[in-house]
Design a protein around this ligand. Structure first.
Ligand SMILES: CCCCCCCCCCCC/C=C/CC(=O)SCCNC(=O)CCNC(=O)[C@H](O)C(C)(C)COP(=O)(O)OP(=O)(O)OC[C@H]1O[C@@H](n2cnc3c(N)ncnc32)[C@H](O)[C@@H]1OP(=O)(O)O
Length: 278
């Protein structure tokens, strides 16, 4: 399609508007109306309270600006998002833990419940909370040699049901159950085979182009009809989430503040740091 060719990033001459927060930047192409939301919290886009708040406000801003679609990507060259910021969970008091979890819930519901067409250009690793964001979208294009998945059981923790919703929407039940119980991180190639991602791409530019093509498939569909149809598919998960939302925060705080869980976090952090020094 002609207009999509115009959108090859880098070669793009179409005027665009920019909005940004401390850890996100949004570029809305005036011709297509599609917004590219980039996560930019170096080094790994780990999700702390401020980052999650920025992400939430960018998602709502895109939605309120009547954009035609939202593409989520990372400004980091090899990590899409490393999930929750473990530094912000380790040695944190109950109030801080509650705030972090509430903000994660807020971002998830903003993205999962968005009426816009949403796509993820996964230009790096996407474990745990990174996978949560990618699977809240409707379409995924991913670079080779990366990993994606919900690895919570590998860390000895349990992902609540809402956190698995995106996964369960995409994967057949049998495969989702196996992957979640194994805490499996899929390589890009395995993710394609399983259906967890839609395409493998060779560059971030190609990922963005594929996402634009996906959003372009709705060009002739009435946006309200599209949006309401999408939300009908997601309504049961959203309703179930809304019912347990507060209790879910309490459960997380109670679990994450246990001394043995704090110990696991501390050891995990230390291993991450040792690995990064190698
Ligand atoms: C252990 C967690 C326990 C939690 C218990 C909670 C109990 C309640 C649970 C209820 C549900 C829980 C749901 C959780 C959702 C989550 O998202 S938990 C987070 C899980 N995330 C991960 O396991 C990813 C860890 N990171 C990596 O595997 C790698 O960093 C990477 C593959 C993403 C990238 O690799 P690479 O490019 O080689 O970078 P590194 O050198 O590893 O890292 C650079 C730098 O970043 C620090 N870092 C990495 N990830 C995190 C993180 N998630 N939080 C904070 N910091 C992180 C890493 O330590 C390095 O720092 P330094 O340079 O050494 O300072």
């Amino acid at each position: 399609m002609m207009h999509l060719n115009l959108l090859r990033l880098g070669a793009c001459r179409v005027p665009s508007r920019l909005m940004s927060t401390k850890s996100t930047s949004v570029e809305i192409n005036d011709k297509t109306g599609v917004a590219i939301l980039s996560m930019c919290r170096p080094p790994v886009n780990s999700q702390n309270v401020q980052f999650l708040r920025d992400l939430k406000s960018s998602i709502y801003e895109i939605e309120n600006n009547k954009s035609r679609g939202l593409i989520l990507t990372s400004a980091n060259s090899n990590v899409f998002s490393a999930g929750l910021d473990i530094l912000e969970m380790y040695n944190a008091d109950k109030e801080q833990l509650g705030t972090l979890w509430t903000e994660l819930q807020n971002v998830w519901i903003a993205l999962y419940g968005s009426g816009l067409p949403t796509a993820a250009a996964i230009n790096g690793h996407a474990p745990a909370g990174g996978c949560l964001l990618a699977t809240a979208c409707e379409y995924r294009a991913m670079l080779p040699n990366c990993v994606i998945g919900l690895n919570e059981t590998q860390l000895g923790i349990i992902a609540p049901k809402w956190l698995m919703s995106g996964y369960q929407n995409i994967l057949p039940q049998r495969l989702a159950e196996r992957a979640l119980t194994q805490g499996r991180l899929f390589t890009t190639e395995e993710a394609l085979k399983a259906g967890l991602i839609d395409e493998i791409v060779n560059s971030k530019e190609e990922a963005l182009e594929k996402c634009l093509n996906f959003i372009g498939t709705f060009a002739k569909v009435n946006p309200l009809a599209r949006s309401l149809t999408k939300l009908q598919f997601r309504a049961a998960n959203i309703k179930e989430f809304e019912k347990i939302r507060q209790k879910d925060v309490e459960d997380f705080v109670s679990l994450a503040s246990r001394p043995e869980v704090q110990k696991v976090m501390g050891d995990y952090l230390e291993n991450l740091k040792k690995k990064s020094k190698k």
